[in-house]
Every structure is written in structure tokens, then in C-alpha cells.
Design a protein around this ligand. Structure first.
Ligand code: AMP
Length: 384
């Protein structure tokens, strides 16, 4: 591939009704611009083409137009890469078709990602466009961690296996945690807890992901803002046969009306914390269910890794809620984990250690930066 002269990467995260963007300069690792176009299809922003036009206009107004020769690539976040895409990939017509073929695995996400890609390619057909997949970092899972214990032929026919998500975040945070410890990623075993509105845990051995909590879809694993995470699969049959709910109704229930929201009516940890402060027992129970699940994954991944060097908290809840961090790791001295209350209470935008000096396992808060990770991967590909 020809090296492109520019050093800037535009990162696009196209959702069904919004487009998030950031323009990053890879020479200095700086963020030049960022923004969000919302309510696509509802009002003045008719569709994704109009949304990207608005992104282009907003950038041009800052003297950072898309026609700039400084622009080296566009990096697209793509949620599902299936088993085919395990690396950042230069987008061609054939790649777009392949991402379209993965729509059944991510019916809510991949179509919006594809629309963003198509519109961006029309806008700058000459520019390399790179797809960075949320699943890619988890493609290294050993087969015994990726397989569900169901009939193999049925699973393979329908692509049923653990793919995992939030991969760019887990990749970035596990590396940044090694850096915080002054070590090479290959030297450390890290449990990453990505706790945002969506939440997932991963076990990373020497820089390689060996297990993760999300599965075929982002529904499995931890308790999330509105998703149930792990449940007995028979709950679904029960709700269908006894409750009379349709498949779509159960899908909606488990993805949009469960988790913290389902338990207490709020999906924002700030609001739950405020209610707990007022002695609200429903909010307290939601918090306790959330934390209990988290502790189970910390225990499980400690066993998976054998030796844990660090536990890293990231995303909205992980970076901001000292209460969740404290409760999740309380009383784990037997596992070599001790959180320092004073350090944990510090609020800071920087990566930092919150473990006690005597803690065998480092506990860290590491702000995630998925856009920087997408830009780095896209830039590395076009420079290669
Ligand atoms: P994310 O998906 O990473 O943007 O995380 C969003 C979630 O982070 C929100 O729904 C809140 O539950 C949580 N959050 C954000 N700020 C705080 C805070 N200061 N304290 C507790 N939770 C927070």
C-alpha cells in the first residue's frame, strides 16, 4: 500500500440514530476535534448521509475539512466481525459485503456501521477507510473458552460461539495498565472490567485475551445498565411458554428493560448512588446484584489466569464509581487484592493505581480511549 502523507485519522462510530466522531493527530497523539450528531432520521438530520455531511461541515468550520491532505485514513468502529475479521481491515467492496453478511449476528449495530462506511466512502473515495472490529481482540480466545456446550453442528451452522465485544477498549486498557506498571504487555496478566452502560470483563494473559464475558451478543455476562447479563437460558422458554411473551418481547425485555433499570428503575449509577444515600432499599439491591456478579467474574478470571498482576477498572462506572470498585473487591485479601480507600476516593482523569502498597495484585483505574485505539490501529495499517 502507498504510504499516505497525512498524520490525521477521522474516527467514526455510526450508530442507528447517531454518529460520534473524533479527529486525531497521530504524530502528536492529540485530539483535534470531536462531536456527536444525534437524532438521525428525526428532524433536520434526515439520514446518515446528512449526518456525515454535518460532521464534514463541523470539521470544515474549524479549518479541519475532510478534503485536507493531512487526513491519512478514516477508522470505522464495526461491532461484529464474526470469525472472519480478527484484525483491522482495509475496507473494499468485498469487505463491505462480508460485514453485511454478519448482520444476522448484530442486527442492531452492523447495519448502522455499514451505512457510515458507505457514506464516508462516497465522501472521500480516494481515502483509505479501515474497519476496526469490537470483536477482534477476543478472537484469540482458546476454543474451550469460545465454545458453548451445545450441539456442535447446530452451533457451527448458525455461528453460535462466544465472540465478545468492547474489544478495542479491552485492548487499550490492558496495554495501558501494563504501561502504568512499567511493564511490557507480554509480562502481565490483567483482568479488565469495562463498566459503562454496557459492561464486560476480560482476562488478558500477556497481552492476549483468553476469556471475556460477552458472548454471541453483548447480552451475556455482567449486569449492565439495561441488559440482564447472565441468566438461566430457560428463563426465556418460561417467559415464552408460561408468560406468553414473544421472542421480540423477550429480546426487548432482556436487552432494554433489565439490568440496573429492570431492578430499580434507574440505569445510571449516579442516580442509584444518590438513592442509596437516602436509604432506598430497591436501589441498594440493584447495586448489590451488580456488584455480586462483578465479584464472581473477578474470582472466575483469577482462576482462569492463575496469576493476576492487575485488575483495571474502566468506562463510565469503572472510572467514576469508587463505591462500585470498593464493593467489588472488598474482602479479597485472600486473593492478594487490597484497595486503598484514600487512593480509591481520588477523582482524576488519569490512569492511576488505587491498590494498597501491600496489595499483591495492582488495582488500577484506567480511562479507556476507544477512539484513540481505533485511530492507532487504522493509522498503523495505512502506514504499513
Ligand atoms: P459509558 O457507557 O462508559 O459512557 O458509561 C455510562 C455510565 O457511566 C452511566 O450510565 C453512569 O451509570 C456511569 N457514570 C458516569 N459518571 C458517573 C459517576 N460520576 N459516578 C457513577 N457512575 C457514573
Amino acid at each position: 500500500m502507498n504510504r499516505t502523507p497525512g498524520t490525521r485519522v477521522l474516527v467514526l462510530n455510526s450508530g442507528s440514530s447517531s454518529v460520534k466522531y473524533q479527529l486525531l493527530d497521530m504524530a502528536g497523539g492529540t485530539r483535534l476535534a470531536s462531536g456527536l450528531v444525534e437524532r438521525i432520521g428525526d428532524g433536520p438530520v434526515a439520514d446518515h448521509a446528512a449526518a456525515l455531511k454535518q460532521v464534514a461541515d463541523e470539521l470544515a468550520a474549524q479549518g479541519l475539512g475532510l478534503d485536507s491532505p493531512e487526513l491519512a485514513a478514516v477508522g470505522h468502529r464495526v461491532v461484529h466481525g464474526g470469525i472472519r475479521f480478527t484484525e483491522p481491515t482495509l475496507i473494499t467492496d468485498e469487505v463491505v459485503t462480508a460485514i453485511e453478511e454478519l448482520v444476522p449476528l448484530a442486527p442492531l449495530h452492523n447495519p448502522a456501521n455499514i451505512t457510515g462506511i458507505k457514506v464516508a466512502r462516497e465522501l472521500r473515495p480516494d481515502l483509505p477507510q479501515v474497519a476496526v472490529f469490537d470483536t477482534a481482540f477476543h478472537s484469540t480466545l482458546p476454543e474451550y473458552a469460545a465454545r458453548y456446550a451445545i450441539d456442535t453442528a447446530t452451533a457451527d451452522e448458525h455461528g453460535v460461539r462466544r465472540y465478545g465485544f468492547h474489544g478495542t477498549s479491552h485492548a487499550y486498557v490492558s496495554r495501558a495498565t501494563a504501561e502504568l506498571l512499567g511493564k511490557d504487555p507480554s509480562e502481565v496478566n490483567v483482568i479488565v472490567l469495562h463498566l459503562g452502560n454496557g459492561a464486560s470483563a476480560s482476562a488478558v494473559r500477556g497481552g492476549t485475551c483468553v476469556d471475556t464475558s460477552m458472548g454471541l451478543t453483548p447480552l451475556e455476562g455482567l449486569v449492565m445498565g439495561t441488559r440482564s447479563g447472565d441468566i438461566d437460558p430457560a428463563v426465556i422458554f418460561h417467559l415464552s411458554r408460561v408468560g406468553g411473551l414473544s421472542t421480540d418481547e423477550i429480546d426487548d425485555l432482556l436487552n432494554k428493560r433489565s439490568g440496573l433499570l429492570g431492578l430499580c428503575g434507574d440505569n445510571d449509577m449516579r442516580e442509584i448512588g444518590r438513592r442509596m444515600g437516602e436509604g432506598d432499599v430497591t436501589a441498594q439491591l440493584a447495586f448489590d446484584v451488580y456488584v455480586h456478579r462483578l465479584r464472581k467474574y473477578v474470582g472466575a478470571y483469577t482462576a482462569v489466569l492463575g496469576r493476576v498482576d492487575a485488575i483495571a477498572f474502566t468506562a463510565g462506572v469503572g472510572e467514576n464509581s469508587a463505591a462500585v470498585r470498593e464493593a467489588a473487591l472488598r474482602g479479597l485479601t485472600a486473593l492478594g487484592v487490597e484497595v486503598d480507600a484514600v487512593r480509591n476516593a481520588v477523582r482524576s482523569p488519569s490512569a492511576r493505581l488505587i491498590s494498597a502498597a501491600e496489595s499483591r495484585v495492582a488495582v488500577a483505574v484506567v480511562p479507556t480511549d476507544e477512539e484513540m485505539e481505533i485511530a492507532s490501529q487504522a493509522y498503523a495499517l495505512v502506514q504499513a
